[in-house]
Structures are given as structure tokens and as C-alpha cells.
Design a protein. Structure first.
Ligand code: FA5
Length: 353
């Protein structure tokens, strides 16, 4: 057996040092540094391996196995060390990411908004009576919001609902636009598009350029109702509204009907409501009367505007202040709370139906 060539002895010594250094590497970055020192093209070890070229063919043959062995020692050790580093890394990530899925969540999961709650109750009531739910645009023509409802330009009733105008410079009410002041535009669209008979409700947002206080907002929700058929009378209207309120409030609310003026109904009426509740000390509290809705028998002119013959058909319509209904139903003292970002207020409705 030939004695180790001095070059090979040098290589073996360097590989030993490399393997020793490998045991101290702790991360992929340490490994990169290590590789640049021991296995990169510029490393001393690579230079030594290259210098083996100067050996004679006999010497090369004689030391081939030993040279291969030294290279293999490095490769095998690097592979094994890298694998154990990766395993340690994976184990520590798992440790850090572990959490107990059975821990109760401290996060509040949200609740339905009181207006959504009241809207779905009112919708359920009318669906059970065979009404359909309709929709109408929030940006509406002047004609659908005013003229078709028998509120011509010069009519003082336009001042009853301070209007946000979107476009007001055309001589034609079909080409001027408003942010709708009432959901009554839905009545008009329904009658124009589908004729009679009709039985519908249309909930939605309306806008008025008016001062905000405890019971008035500049954006609020209404819910329109319309029934047109043969022989519809005021008795149908009163019975429908009374039944709705009974359904929503049971015996805890009183309803007061009084005459009201709207150009698009005749006769017209307004409905006020108040609630009574008993607190934990047995003391009874009665709320103030709050105006809740406008209603009446659809004016023959409105039927005509929409292509329906008033000598054959009659109808009733109502516009409920849905935002106010939510206030009364959930004892909300100020309308502004309903659109505030006060999550403590909203959390009270968690789990409510
Ligand atoms: C109307 O808007 C009519 N379109 C209602 C109607 C429909 C009458 C069909 C006849 C037939 P009024 O402006 O009164 O009417 O509004 C109706 C309801 O909306 C009011 O009774 C009230 O409950 C609510 N409301 C009115 N103004 C505000 C406001 N600024 N903030 C919150 N709720 C309001």
C-alpha cells in the first residue's frame, strides 16, 4: 500500500477541520458561510483538490479512492447536518405556532343592525300576506319622486321635503334628478311597469336636506307599501297597519291615527305610536308619541299618471319611517346612535331577532 501523498494528507487535515466546523453551524446562513469556506470554487480545499492534477497518472490511480473518500466525507456530513437543521427548524416553528383550538374566543362575532332586524320582521309580515318586495333607485328622476305623485313644481308640498338635487336645469322633470326624498317613487315605478293589481312593499334609504335632531336624520330608511285592486278601502289600510303593529309590538304599543295631508293620497292620514314598558322595579314607563308613518288612499290622479283606470281600481299606500320604527322597537333614545360608529351600542343587538 502506498503511503499518503503529502497533498492528500493536507486535504484530509482540512476536511477534518471542515467537519469539525460543520458541527458548530446553527442555521442555513451559517451553512452558506461554511460552504464558501470549505466547498466553494474559491475555497482552499477546492484549490487543493485541483492541485491533485499535478500528480502523475500512477499517483492519481493510487490515491483515487482516498481522494474520493475525502470528497464523500464532506458531502455526506453536509447533507446530514442540513437535514437535522431543517428538522430542528420545523419543530421550533410548530412549537411557536401551536394554539389551543378549544380556548374560548374573546372576539365578538358581530350582530345584525337594528334596522336590518326590524326590516326583516316587517318583510316577513308582508310576505305572509302575499306581498312582493320591490326595489327602486335612490337617485331618481324628478318625475318619479314628485310629478307623478301629484307634486308639481310650484306645489308647496315640495317644501315639505327639503331636497338634495343632483341635476335641476332641465325643463323636463324626466331629465332632472334628486336623491329620493321618499320611497314613494317605488309605488310609481311598480304601477307604471306592472299596472294593476299590485301588492308590494319597498324598503330603502331616503335623503332630506334637513336639520338633524333626536328623531330626524338627513339619511334614513322608509318602507313603502302599496295595494291596488278592485274595491280596496280605507278599512283594508287600517286593518293592515294595525295588524302589523300588533305583530311587532304585541300589547306594548299604542297606535294613534290622525288626518294627514299628502298630495298623492285622498284621504290621507298619519300614524303616531308610543310604547309602554315596565322596569325591574315594577314601574311603568310610557314613551312620547312619535310620528311613525304617512298613509292614505291612492289619489285617482296618481293612478291615472301610471296608466291605471281609477273607475275600476282603487288602492292604499303607506310610507313607514323604518328608522323610527327601529327606535321604538329597541328603545333607541336618539336616531344618531343608529348610524354612529359606537360598537358598544351595536353589540347590544347581538343575538336579537
Ligand atoms: C312621506 O315620506 C310619504 N312618502 C309617506 C306616504 C307614503 C304617505 C304613501 C302616503 C302614502 P313623511 O315625510 O311624513 O311622508 O315621512 C314618512 C315617515 O318617515 C314619517 O312618518 C317618519 O316616521 C319618517 N321620517 C320623516 N322624516 C324623517 C327624518 N328626517 N328622519 C327620520 N325619519 C323621518
Amino acid at each position: 500500500m502506498s503511503s499518503p501523498h503529502p497533498l492528500l494528507a493536507q486535504i484530509t487535515q482540512l476536511v477534518d477541520a471542515g467537519l469539525q466546523a460543520l458541527t458548530t453551524t446553527q442555521s442555513e446562513r451559517d451553512l452558506e458561510t461554511w460552504q464558501s469556506q470549505y466547498t466553494s470554487k474559491k475555497s482552499e480545499l477546492t484549490a487543493l483538490f485541483k492541485s491533485l492534477k499535478s500528480l502523475s497518472p500512477e499517483e492519481k490511480r493510487a490515491h483515487a479512492a482516498a481522494i474520493g473518500q475525502q470528497k464523500q466525507r464532506l458531502q455526506t456530513a453536509l447533507q446530514a447536518h442540513r437535514q437535522s437543521l431543517q428538522q430542528a427548524q420545523a419543530a421550533s416553528t410548530l412549537d411557536a405556532d401551536w394554539f389551543d383550538v378549544t380556548t374560548p374566543s374573546p372576539v365578538h362575532i358581530g350582530s345584525q343592525h337594528p334596522i336590518t332586524l326590524i326590516q326583516s320582521q316587517v318583510e316577513d309580515f308582508f310576505i305572509s300576506l302575499g306581498y312582493e318586495i320591490a326595489d327602486a333607485p335612490e337617485i331618481e328622476t324628478e318625475w318619479h319622486n314628485f310629478d307623478a305623485l301629484d307634486i308639481p313644481e310650484s306645489h308647496p308640498a315640495r317644501d315639505m321635503q327639503d331636497t338634495f338635487w343632483i341635476k335641476k336645469d332641465s325643463p323636463s322633470p324626466h331629465h332632472n334628478f334628486v336623491a329620493r326624498t321618499q320611497t314613494s317613487n317605488a309605488q310609481i315605478r311598480m304601477m307604471v311597469e306592472h299596472g294593476a293589481p299590485v301588492r308590494m312593499i319597498a324598503p330603502g334609504r331616503v335623503f332630506r336636506n334637513e336639520a338633524v335632531d333626536r328623531t330626524h336624520d338627513s339619511t334614513f330608511y322608509q318602507l313603502e307599501g302599496l295595494v291596488v285592486d278592485k274595491d280596496i278601502s280605507l278599512a283594508h289600510l287600517k286593518a293592515t297597519l294595525s295588524q302589523l303593529m300588533k305583530e311587532l309590538f304585541g300589547d306594548t304599543a299604542e297606535t294613534r291615527f290622525r288626518p294627514g295631508y299628502f298630495p298623492f293620497v285622498e284621504p290621507g292620514l298619519e300614524v303616531d305610536m308610543r310604547t309602554t314598558s315596565t322596569d325591574e322595579h315594577g314601574v311603568t314607563h310610557t314613551s312620547d308619541w312619535m310620528e311613525m308613518l304617512g298613509a292614505g288612499m291612492v289619489h285617482p290622479n296618481v293612478l291615472r299618471h301610471c296608466g291605471i283606470d281609477p273607475s275600476v281600481y282603487s288602492g292604499f299606500a303607506f310610507g313607514i319611517g323604518l328608522t323610527r320604527l327601529a327606535m321604538l322597537r329597541y328603545a333607541v333614545p336618539d336616531i344618531r346612535l343608529l348610524f354612529s360608529t359606537d360598537t358598544t351600542f351595536l353589540q347590544k343587538f347581538s343575538g336579537q331577532k
